[in-house]
Write a protein that binds this ligand. Structure first.
Ligand code: ZN
Ligand code: ZN
Length: 272
C-alpha cells in the first residue's frame, strides 16, 4: 500500500486485504477476502471471487491456508471456495499431492449442506469427492453463538448479524483482538462482540444518502466506532459509489471516531 503503513511493532501478525469491494468490480476493489498470518498459521476471512488469484500473485500457496471463516453464503464471500478445496489435491506442478493439508471451514448453520451441494456425490462438482476425495480433507464447523474455536494462540467467537444468514467473528490471535463484521446492518450483537478490540474490520457499503440492502453506512459506522472504541478501524466492502471518495471517508471517520482509520483497497498489507 501504500498503506504498508501500519508500523510493524510485532512481527507476528500480518493482514492482507485480498478483496475490499462488493460483487461489482472496480479498478481497486472486488468482492471480499482477508488473509491473516499469525504464529499459529494462516487463515482466510471469506473467499469471494478473485481470492485464489490474488493469493498466487502474492506468492502465497492456497494450500497453505489452515482455516477459512465464512460469514454468509452470498457469492461475493464464497465463490472461490470450490477452487480452494480443489487446489489442495495438487502440487505446484499440477501433479497429485499425496498428503493434502486439512482445511477447516467455519460458517453459519447450513454450511455442511452448502458444501454438500457443491462437492458431495450429488453436488454440482461431484467429481471432487468421487474422483479426488476432497471431502476427506475438509473439516466443517457450523458456528453458533459464543466460542467456536479454542487453540493455542487462537480463540474465536461468533454472533449472528442481520444480513441474510450472516455471522460476525471475533478473533484473539497472538494477543491481538480482531472483530470482523462480514456484511451487516448496524447491529447491537456485533457491537457487543467488537467492544474494545484492537482492530475492527467493518463493512461500509454505501454513504447514508444512498444506502441499499442490509448494509452499513458511513453514519452507522461512526456510531459503531464510537461505541466499540477499536484502536484501528479497517473499512471495507465498498460499493463503486465510494470510488474517488475514500480519502474523504477516511478523514471523516478518523475525525469523528478518534482512532486510526484505514479505508482499504485490494492487496493492501497491514502489519500489527
Ligand atoms: Zn452479503
Ligand atoms: Zn457482501
Amino acid at each position: 500500500m501504500a498503506r504498508n503503513s501500519f508500523k510493524k511493532s510485532v512481527d507476528k501478525l500480518k493482514i492482507i486485504v485480498l478483496g475490499s469491494g462488493s460483487i461489482i468490480p472496480t479498478k481497486n476493489r472486488f468482492s471480499t477476502s482477508f488473509f491473516i498470518e499469525y504464529s499459529g498459521g494462516r487463515i482466510l476471512l471469506d473467499i469471494g471471487p478473485g481470492t485464489i488469484e490474488k493469493l498466487r500473485r502474492l506468492d502465497i500457496r492456497p494450500d497453505s491456508i489452515d482455516r477459512l471463516f465464512i460469514t454468509h453464503f452470498h457469492l461475493d464471500h464464497t465463490l472461490d471456495l470450490p477452487v480452494l478445496i480443489k487446489v489442495r489435491m495438487f502440487n505446484e506442478f499440477g501433479g497429485p499431492n499425496p498428503s493434502p493439508r486439512t482445511l477447516n471451514v467455519y460458517g453459519p448453520t447450513g454450511l455442511k449442506n452448502f458444501i454438500d451441494k457443491l462437492i458431495s456425490h450429488e453436488g454440482v462438482y461431484s467429481y471432487l469427492s468421487e474422483m479426488m476425495r476432497n471431502l476427506d480433507y475438509l473439516k466443517i464447523h457450523e458456528v453458533g453463538e459464543g466460542r467456536v474455536e479454542e487453540l493455542e494462540n487462537l480463540r474465536v467467537y461468533s454472533v449472528s448479524v442481520e444480513h441474510y444468514n450472516g455471522v460476525a467473528y471475533r478473533f484473539e490471535l497472538d494477543n491481538v483482538t480482531i472483530a470482523y463484521s462480514g456484511d451487516t446492518v448496524y447491529d447491537e450483537r456485533m457491537l457487543k462482540l467488537a467492544e474494545g478490540v484492537d482492530i475492527l474490520i467493518h463493512e461500509c457499503s454505501f454513504p447514508k444518502e444512498s444506502i441499499l440492502g442490509k448494509h452499513t453506512s458511513d453514519e452507522d459506522l461512526i456510531n459503531i466506532g464510537e461505541r466499540t472504541k477499536p484502536k484501528i478501524l479497517i473499512v471495507s466492502h465498498l460499493y463503486p459509489v465510494w470510488e474517488g471518495r475514500e480519502k474523504q471517508l477516511e478523514d471523516k471517520l478518523r475525525k469523528e471516531i478518534g482512532c486510526k482509520v484505514y479505508v482499504v483497497k485490494d492487496m493492501d498489507t497491514l502489519y500489527v
